[in-house]
Design a protein around this ligand. Structure first.
Ligand code: CP
Ligand code: NVA
Length: 311
């Protein structure tokens, strides 16, 4: 499998085989790191990390993964560069592309990461935009594969804001990898129809299904219940409205019990607002794998950089 020179903007651009390859590479790099073995596949490379929005996991994962493989990461926060203000995205991309070997972008408009990829001439990796968060999905898939031993045929329910970057990206990733995917949310927070239709095509190919529902009974038989914050970064002013809409979809003990299984796991990309989208008891319970997901961010981000930029 050769992914050299590729951008990582959304999982729409990757086949199930390519996603499977990135997961296998992540598992391999993780096993090596546990034995104290790090690589040198990014030796001499310089990596720009652009962050318009804050981050704990994504930033730290890119930094540690880059250093583990011999690269130098450079953090460029929102007040450090003029991106889109005094200097256009197109010009910034062309400058950074001359200086760096790879560029990570986290920020607001999805178009910004697309434009960086268009003009930089080096691999660009999406560390989250308003619409998509693809590196998180690799970590989530790896976590599920580690936990269950397989992906195809698993039943996955996402409860909460069904039209945010996580819901969109999970729907793409799960449908491509043959995981049955349900959005459990009020209809006004369902993902856009165009993306749902696209993912229905992926699901058809992989033998899975996509369901959109307002009915909490849909969690029956779920292997995974996933949630995310009710207000994503940049939407803080919507708090009251979202709490009113999403309270019935909180992941609590009662919802977990509705699966009818004692093997269902709880997942969350973090950071979490406990008491809103998830209760403290579920978050802290034995079925919660949230810190495995968080750790797997590093191993999967490393795999993305090694696959697209490594020697
Ligand atoms: N899950 C995730 O992307 O976390 P950060 O916002 O801390 O990077
Ligand atoms: N939907 C969340 C994800 C954070 C990792 C946000 O965009 O804030």
């Amino acid at each position: 499998m050769n992914l050299k020179g590729r951008n990582f903007i959304t999982l729409k651009d990757f086949t199930p085989e390519e996603i499977g390859y990135l997961l296998d590479l992540s598992a391999d790099l993780k096993a090596k790191k546990k034995k104290g073995i790090t690589g040198n596949s990014l030796n001499g490379k310089n990596i720009a990390l652009i962050f318009e929005k804050p981050s704990t996991r994504t930033r730290c994962s890119f930094v540690v993964a880059a250093v583990d493989e011999g690269a130098h990461p450079e953090y460029l926060g929102k007040d450090d560069i003029q991106l889109g203000h005094k200097e256009s995205v197109e010009d910034t991309a062309r400058v950074l592309g001359r200086v760096f070997d790879g560029i990570e972008f986290r920020g607001f408009k999805h178009k910004t990461v697309e434009d960086l990829a268009k003009y930089a001439g080096v691999p660009v990796w999406n560390g989250l935009t308003d619409e998509y968060h693809p590196t998180q999905i690799l970590a989530d898939l790896l976590t599920m594969k580690e936990h269950f031993g397989y992906l195809k045929g698993l039943r996955f329910v996402y409860a909460g804001d069904g039209r945010n970057n996580m819901a969109n990206s999970l729907m793409i990733g799960m449908s491509k990898m043959g995981v049955h995917f349900t959005i459990l949310a009020p209809e006004c927070l369902w993902p856009n129809k165009e993306l749902v239709d696209l993912c229905k095509d992926y699901a058809k190919e992989s033998g899975s299904t996509i369901t959109l529902t307002e009915d909490v009974e849909a969690v029956k038989d779920a292997d995974t219940i996933y949630t995310d914050v009710w207000c994503s970064m940049g939407e803080e002013d919507k708090a009251a409205e979202r709490i009113a809409l999403l309270k019935p979809y909180q992941v609590n003990k009662e919802l977990m019990e509705k699966t009818g299984k004692d093997t269902t796991i709880f997942m969350h990309c973090l950071p979490a607002v406990k008491g809103n989208e998830v209760t403290e008891d579920v978050f802290e319970s034995a079925v919660s794998v949230v810190f495995d997901e968080a750790e797997n961010r590093m191993h999967t981000i490393k795999a993305v950089m090694v696959a697209t930029l490594g020697e």
